[in-house]
Design a protein around this ligand. Structure first.
Ligand SMILES: [Zn+2]
Ligand SMILES: [Zn+2]
Length: 389
């Protein structure tokens, strides 16, 4: 295993600071795209470590650059929390009503804080960009960062990330080459007919029957195959509304939301085309207007980046069968442009699920995650002369 410089040993004071930062971030969560204060806190900590800091990346994103060299490794964390009310429990419970760090992004940021602290004591022998990405939960953040002209100067040769994952043993690693998380996309459809008196429905045009037929037709686009099958597809109707709840009115408008999910982007294109076809045909009388929401690319781990994480996690317990997972990960979009890989780190078999009101990132993962990334940096630096692509 590549040895780490002594200065990268995570001492108890650094770890205590990282935990304190996580609790501070946890108390002040901000939703996707509005992570202004979180970004300020992170940028200020990164500056105290002597990093070159870029702010306002793709909105509120922050990047901290350490070391120098002709090759760059990017490690990504996320700034955003969720619009979910956190359950009573932790001493550091959210102080913002209806918003909570219930995906563990506070912990991912604390891990990068510990990494930054180590890099400030001993500069890496390569260029390292620690990216704190905005708006992961809506799937908008990675796109915005990649499209930001400021990102050109930070563009890495390789990108890595980790996400904590409940139901896996604490600190166990799930990692593999190829697909690790699904692509997904939300379609919102608005139908317009003609409202009339409930006593005279024939005077109006209700989209009710079209809506009722579309719901099972869309659901039937799903394929009953395992998630890891490249043909996997799932169409979940997530919302439907017909007019207003009144007994005196025959409705003249309706709306429908369906979430499409596939293992791979190519299958998503096919599924979306079929869903659009059904909506256009079955809703033809009601001028359906479709808008796309929260599009996520698939997440496919590239060979060289996966090999890097394999070396960085040597000796840690492994779990099989946990990935590919059905939820989507915005990090996947980086992988469509840059060799990238993401690993999943167990949050404990009894830990509440991600996005549950009682989820709280386990602080015990901070030193484990930080050491994985520091080892990754060491491996990346040592492989300088190799061709990695
Ligand atoms: Zn999440
Ligand atoms: Zn997350």
């Amino acid at each position: 295993m590549t040895p780490l410089p002594n200065a990268w040993t995570l001492d108890p004071d650094t770890l205590a600071e990282a935990v304190a930062l996580r609790h501070e971030l946890h108390r002040c969560p901000e939703v996707s795209g509005a992570e202004h204060e979180t970004a300020k806190r992170i940028a200020s900590r990164m500056r105290t470590f002597g990093a070159e800091v870029a702010t306002g990346l793709g909105g509120t994103g922050v990047a901290a650059v350490f070391g120098a060299g002709d090759r760059t490794l990017m490690i990504r964390a996320e700034l955003d929390a969720l619009p979910i009310l956190e359950a009573e429990g932790p001493e550091h419970r959210s102080e913002v009503d209806g918003v909570g760090h219930l995906c563990g992004h506070d912990g991912h940021m604390a891990i990068l804080f510990a990494v930054a602290s180590a890099l400030s004591r001993h500069a890496p022998a390569t260029r390292v960009v620690l990216l704190f990405q905005p708006a992961e939960e809506t799937g908008a953040g990675a796109r915005a960062v990649l499209d930001d002209p400021k990102f050109a100067a930070l563009r890495p040769d390789m990108a890595i990330a980790l996400h904590n994952l409940p139901k896996l043993p604490l600190g166990a690693v799930a990692l593999q080459e190829g697909p690790v998380a699904c692509a997904s996309k939300g379609l919102h459809v608005a139908f317009t007919g003609q409202t009339s008196h409930a006593a005279r429905p024939e005077n109006g045009r209700s989209p009710g029957l079209a809506l009722a037929r579309l719901i099972p037709a869309l659901a039937a686009l799903s394929r009953d195959v395992p998630t890891e099958d490249p043909r996997f597809r799932l169409a979940t109707v997530t919302h439907a509304r017909l007019g207003v709840p009144s007994f005196g009115i025959s409705p003249g408008e309706a709306e429908l939301q369906v979430t499409l999910r596939t293992l791979l982007n190519a299958e998503m294109e096919a599924l979306e085309a079929e869903a659009r076809g059904l909506i256009a045909t079955m809703g033809a009388e009601f001028a359906p207007v479709i808008t796309v929401h929260d599009p996520f690319s698939h997440s496919v781990n590239a060979p060289a980046a996966t090999a890097l994480l394999e070396s960085a996690t040597q000796g840690l317990p492994r779990v099989k069968g946990a990935i590919p997972m059905r939820p989507s990960e915005d990090f996947g979009l980086f992988g469509t442009e840059i060799p990238a890989a993401m690993l999943f780190l167990g949050s404990g078999t009894d830990h509440p699920e991600l996005h549950n009101p009682d989820f709280d990132f386990p602080d015990a993962l901070i030193p484990i995650g930080a050491e994985i990334f520091l080892r990754g940096i060491a491996v990346f630096s040592a492989s300088k002369t190799d061709k990695m692509s």
